[in-house]
Design a protein around this ligand. Sequence first.
Ligand code: NAP
Length: 334
Amino acid sequence: MKEEYIARDDRYEGVTYRRAGRSGLLLPPLSLGFWHNFGTVGTLENMRQMMRTAFDHGITSFDLANNYGPPYGEAEKNCGRILAMDFAPYRDELIITSKAGYDMWPGPYGNWGSRKYLIASADQSLKRLGLDYVDIFYHHRPDPNTPLEETMDALLQIVQSGKAIYAGISNYNKEQTQAAVKYAKKIHLPLVVNQKRMSLLDQKTRREGTVEFCRKNGPGLVIFSPLAQGLLTGKYLKGVPEDSRVARDSRYLHRDDLTEEKRCVITALAQVAKERGQTLTEMSLAFLLHEPAVSSVIIGASSPSQITENLKALENTDFSEEELNKIYEITKGY
Ligand SMILES: NC(=O)c1ccc[n+]([C@@H]2O[C@H](COP(=O)([O-])OP(=O)(O)OC[C@H]3O[C@@H](n4cnc5c(N)ncnc54)[C@H](OP(=O)(O)O)[C@@H]3O)[C@@H](O)[C@H]2O)c1
């Protein structure tokens, strides 16, 4: 790999950035996620190449969390190393995000949604990333035992102290999003995104009304696990490939996740994709981008070539009524 990184001049050509809710922030249609493949399991060279490839294609947004690894914190450390090596001249062209809300350190202050945890965690993330600020700091999941006001006040403090530019929530359902938006307005918290899991195999966010709520009121939806961790590439239809998430790191995706029923759904979806002139992977991402409430879709990748393959989804994100009906029929119940 050439040592000095100079980003491609044409990196923004043909990329249509999408507004995060009603805010001034524009996000790339695809963001790159650091949940997998940025911990000790991967090589720094591969991570570096993935970040370069993403940015060279207009992917300006890198999604992290305090506990991405393994071990916890390692993805932020590796991202920080590569930001320092390659991206220092481009800091103002990047949206770096982090989160706190899940288990991070032992004891009562390293989890959930207290002001104590969020503020300490934001400081730790900045140290690991080697940054003065992140662009979006998220509360990673709702906390049933901490008043929402305390969590939102903590996000406001993080923003007001200059450690984050915007705030986000993640895994909040419709009612929780509604309550967060209402309070954020009251305290003038720039709550610009809600990060939710959604894919052709998981449309709960749409069914529960969160998509519609966000379309009407903001915040922008940022989607995670858009390919159901790889199932929607079709790569598992003929068994588990040696070089795959299930084979390498099956903490969250298991061999038996591909049920016979899911196999039939995926095969039927692949046929619709073929008729559209797309791969199943491309159609799965395009389907999410078809929704105007979606500000960005975060892809995970284990190689630079997966990123360039997935970018092809952007070539056609329009769906006819007939195609949508077919897709909804096939994925009924998901
Ligand atoms: N807020 C939250 O609670 C939360 C939760 C989870 C994730 N996230 C965020 O969302 C990001 C994406 O989640 P995800 O990794 O589950 O997304 P995903 O896009 O559904 O799955 C990514 C995985 O699919 C496989 N893949 C992707 N493109 C492929 C291609 N073209 N061909 C073959 N295989 C391909 C790769 O796995 P292999 O090559 O290893 O098989 C890749 O690591 C995370 O990194 C994280 O930033 C947020």
